[in-house]
Ligand binder design. Structure first.
Ligand code: 5AD
Ligand code: SF4
Length: 480
């Protein structure tokens, strides 16, 4: 349960009451939007840009759902929108810079369209210094809210439309979960499902625990019910989302852990594939590996961020595992599921990282053989313990290491990717390819496949022969 500055996650009854209240604001917004549309002689247009992770992408689906329910038409082109929302990320500094850069552009658009509404939400807005900067230097921003009051977006939207003055509302913790809000999914056939919010791990480089708050798990019955509803609505693949899904259930009295939840989700009729993200190595249980191996609906993919191959650095990062433990997890996973895909996150240039530490990371990549790795240059985040550590690695040293790591990851990924050549795998077709006559989808192992086909195949799971590996993806042919 979240408790900070007096804010606590409210009871079920209060959650339901607040959800009903917000739906009344959706109705009110619909009335206001209809009036404005009539005055302008056209429909009002909304745009959302999402930065960052899958959790933000899921939050944006809720924003989009509320806009749609209020009568807005969605556009990909922010320049033509009447209201623009940036759902921000702050995990690394370049994400912040990107937002400031884009705001500069929006300002010039708004000068030509004075009625345009600009809103900011997401993780960056949970940082006081960011909100201060925007308050002072970005006067054209009309609405600012954070990760903990997404549930109140209908109310904030109504106020923005009515009050025509700047609104800044940030909470320090989550009183209400946003789960009952209308949602507009990007893909009809697959969906993210939040199973928990926040993070309690405090890895020393990471800002997430400060901006997303303490860990809260949703009740398993609510999660299952959401999966059932999604299945009834045509969803075939769900991705269970949390900063550290392996610690699911710790804040509940249900006696259920992530393995139990995964097993229960797999029992939902109509859901054919289950993915999850992200796993922390310190909490990955044998029971989870058993559930995965015993259940063909669970995708053969594990994203298991290692961050570094050096025990010394892992300790300084407060990761609570060492290289040997990580290697043992990989061994157990591969023993249970020999062809499983393994992907990871790696940070280069953490404070105090020596050439020897870095070489430990390179050798770990070689030893494990990752299917792919997201590699990041360490980025100083104000307020985290690592920001105050001595021996910050000079940029050019970190950059040179980053390039070497990228080359190593490429070798590993290409080798791993080619192991499926000639095999037949089920592909969930996701979209048309830019090249006519081709569609694109993913196999259970999360590898992308381009195959011959047409739009009618989107949302279907089809057997495909993986004919040619092109490094990180495959060209394939459906098997009739
Ligand atoms: N600098 C660089 N990378 C970071 N990550 C998190 N915080 C930082 C930071 N300060 C990376 C981690 C994490 C991923 C989502 O982002 O690798 O797993
Ligand atoms: Fe950040 Fe660590 Fe939590 Fe992941 S587990 S969100 S890296 S603090």
């Amino acid at each position: 349960m979240s408790e900070k500055w007096g804010i606590q996650l409210r009871s079920d009854e209060e959650q339901n009451g607040e959800a009903a209240r917000q739906m009344e604001f959706v109705d009110e917004a619909r009335g206001l939007v209809a009036e404005l549309s009539e005055q302008m002689g056209r429909q009002l247009i909304s745009h959302i840009t999402t930065f960052g992770c899958q959790m933000n992408a899921r939050d944006s689906e809720k924003l989009r759902g509320i806009f749609a329910a209020a009568g807005f038409t969605d556009t990909d082109n922010e320049d033509e929108a009447d209201i623009v929302i940036y759902n921000t990320c702050t995990v690394r500094e370049n994400a912040d810079e990107h937002v400031y850069g884009r705001l500069g552009h929006l300002n010039s658009v708004k000068r030509k369209k004075p009625g345009m509404i600009i809103g900011l939400c997401g993780c960056m807005m949970q940082e006081q210094h960011v909100v201060e900067k925007i308050r002072k230097s970005y006067p054209f921003v009309d609405l600012i809210f954070g990760t903990h009051n997404l549930y109140a977006f209908p109310e904030l939207l109504v106020r923005t439309l009515k009050e025509k003055k700047r609104i800044i509302e940030i909470l320090e913790a989550t009183p209400y979960l946003p789960e009952s809000l209308p949602t507009e999914r990007k893909y009809p056939f697959k969906s993210g499902v939040n199973i928990m919010y926040g993070c309690n791990n405090f890895c020393t480089y990471c800002i997430v625990p400060y901006v997303r708050g303490r860990e809260i798990s949703r009740k398993s019955a609510d999660i299952i019910q959401e999966c059932e509803k999604l299945a009834a609505d045509g969803v075939r693949e769900v991705m269970l989302l949390g900063q550290n899904v392996n610690s699911y259930g710790k804040t509940l009295d249900e006696g259920i852990g992530f393995a139990g939840l995964l097993d229960a989700v797999c029992k939902v009729d109509g859901i054919d594939r289950v993915r999850f993200m992200t796993s922390h190595p310190k909490d990955l249980s044998d029971e989870l590996i058993d559930v995965m191996a015993g259940n063909p609906k669970v995708c053969r993919h594990m994203h298991l961020p290692v961050q570094s191959g050096s025990d010394r650095i892992l300790k300084m990062m407060n990761r609570h595992y060492d290289r040997e433990h990580y290697r043992m997890l990989v061994e157990n996973l591969r023993h249970a599921m020999p062809d499983i895909s393994l992907t990871t996150d790696i940070i280069v240039g953490f404070p105090g990282e020596t050439e020897e530490d870095f070489e430990d990371t390179l050798s770990l990549v070689r030893e494990v053989g990752f299917d792919s790795a997201y590699t990041f240059l360490y980025s100083v985040r104000t307020g985290t313990p690592a920001a105050k550590m001595e021996n910050q690695v000079p940029y050019d040293v970190a950059h040179a290491r980053f390039d070497r790591l990228l080359a190593e990851v490429k070798v590993s990924a290409e080798k791993m990717c080619s192991r499926f050549e000639g095999q037949v795998h089920n592909v969930l077709v996701e979209e048309k390819n830019r090249q006519p006559g081709l569609v694109t989808g993913r196999i259970s192992h999360n590898l992308v496949v381009h195959l011959t086909g047409d739009e009618s195949m989107i949302g279907q799971i089809v057997p495909v022969r993986l004919i040619q590996c092109k490094g990180f993806y495959y060209l394939g042919e459906p098997v009739r």
